[in-house]
Design a protein around this ligand. Structure first.
Ligand SMILES: *Cc1c(COP(=O)(O)O)cnc(C)c1O
Length: 338
């Protein structure tokens, strides 16, 4: 990689990203949630990336990276590896630009996500039984073909694209004290943290991961990127490692994120039920971890105003139905604190 690619992500990159992607991606609404506010004892606002193009925020970073390809790179096409949503975002952005996309997925990616990617005209390769195995294959293909690999999180343009969410958050609610963000590879939280702390240094940024295989959480504790065993979780979009040669997001998360908390599978389901019961929202597991953490009382010192990133809606319909079916028997959905 060339050396200009190794400089850190800057606030100016996020401003440039907004200029590059603003006419393509949606500016999503920030919804005040009375029920969640009651739960948290603070004013809670939900950032609805469920309404984003392709059903998740990933399109912000993907479109920003695609916008920065040279003409020759566009000609050759791109390669992406993903737990599902990033591949869908790259395929969507590539299709708009007439760029060919080769997608590598592991067998853990749910069928609904695989189909959505095929529907966008991308070539789908299912390889390996973990994200890391699929990643290795994508790297091989990229170096053989000369096609640019668009990483799902550890890339300056991708982080900057996700950071545009932070700009929107503070435009709508300049006084946010805490922002709660789903955390996997850390592109989302790194971009948001950079934007929010540039504009409002005192705001706290909290990451939430699932208990099954939280790679960033263990890496932070170890002081360097570590591999974790990938397991099956309802928050499938949060699965996967952070890359042992991580270049951007590990450092950014270490330096800019105040706390990382974990939620278990039942807490995540409860978060999905809460958002559906109170707001009619369809969320995938990864998108409900913030509300799950609030419900479970996992986050202290919230301050007066809290932003929660609701990151995507791409859940299998039958699975979602089976989860919300139990909401009427769950009693007071807001009252499931342990
Ligand atoms: C990718 C993804 C995340 C996590 O983003 P990272 O940048 O990998 O931390 C959270 N929620 C959804 C829906 C996602 O697709």
């Amino acid at each position: 990689m060339n050396s200009t690619h190794d400089r850190q992500v800057r606030y100016e990159d996020i401003l440039a990203a907004r200029a590059a992607i603003g006419s393509v991606v949606k500016r999503t609404p920030l919804l005040h949630s009375q029920p969640a506010s009651g739960l948290a004892g603070a004013d809670v606002f939900l950032k609805l990336e469920t309404l984003q193009e392709t059903g998740s925020f990933k399109v912000r970073g993907a479109v920003n990276r695609l916008a920065n390809l040279s003409a020759a790179e566009q000609q050759r096409g791109v390669v992406a590896v993903s737990t599902g949503n990033h591949a869908r975002a790259v395929s969507w952005g590539a299709q708009r630009r007439g760029v060919a996309a080769d997608i590598y997925l592991s067998s853990l990616v749910p069928g609904n996500k695989v189909q959505a990617i095929r529907d966008l005209g991308a070539r789908v390769n299912i390889v390996g039984r973990s994200y890391d195995e699929a990643f290795a294959e994508a790297v091989r293909e990229s170096s053989q073909s000369g096609r640019v690999l668009i990483p799902p999180f550890d890339d300056r343009d991708v982080v900057a694209g996700q950071g545009t969410i932070g700009l929107e958050l503070l435009e709508d609610q300049p006084q946010l004290d805490t922002v709660i963000v789903p955390l996997s590879g850390g592109g989302l939280i790194a971009g948001i943290a950079l934007a929010v702390k540039s504009l409002r240094p005192g705001a706290r940024i909290i990451g939430v991961s699932m208990e099954i295989g939280p790679a960033m959480y263990h890496s932070l504790r170890a002081g360097h990127p570590v591999a974790v065993e990938e397991g099956v979780t309802i928050a499938d979009s949060l699965a996967g490692g952070i890359g042992l040669d991580n270049r951007y997001t590990f450092q950014m998360v270490r330096d800019l994120v105040d706390e990382v908390v974990l939620v278990d599978e039942e807490q995540i389901r409860s978060g999905m039920r809460f958002l559906h019961a109170h707001h009619g929202l369809v969320t995938e597991g990864a998108a409900a971890v913030g509300i799950a953490a609030l419900q479970a009382g996992k986050i202290g010192r919230l301050g007066e105003r809290v932003g929660v990133i609701v990151s995507g809606q791409n859940v299998d319909a039958a699975l979602f139905a089976s989860i919300v079916k139990s909401e009427s028997t769950a009693g007071s959905v807001g009252g499931e604190k342990p």
